[in-house]
Design a protein. Structure first.
Length: 80
């Protein structure tokens, strides 16, 4: 059985609410937005609730730039 994205998103929203964070608040209220490192494009939609402010890149983007991902780094869910 495949991954249920709806359940993953719901779980993430519940986790943030339990931490006292209201994830649908405007991202600039909390100190910035999540952006793609390579394109410098801000994430939109549900991703504004799922991602903390900061820069994000795909494994492929890092590899193409000549970088490496440190062992133990965590991935984040992004919905397209």
């Amino acid at each position: 059985m495949g991954v249920n994205v709806y359940e993953m998103v719901t779980d993430k929203i519940i986790e943030k609410l339990e931490q006292g964070v209201v994830p649908w608040r405007k991202p600039w209220v909390n100190g910035g937005a999540a952006v793609n490192w390579k394109t410098e494009t801000a994430y939109r939609g549900i991703n504004t609730m799922l991602l903390e402010p900061g820069e994000y890149a795909t494994f492929k983007q890092i590899k193409e730039a000549g970088g490496k991902v440190k062992k133990g780094e965590q991935s984040h869910l992004v919905v397209f």
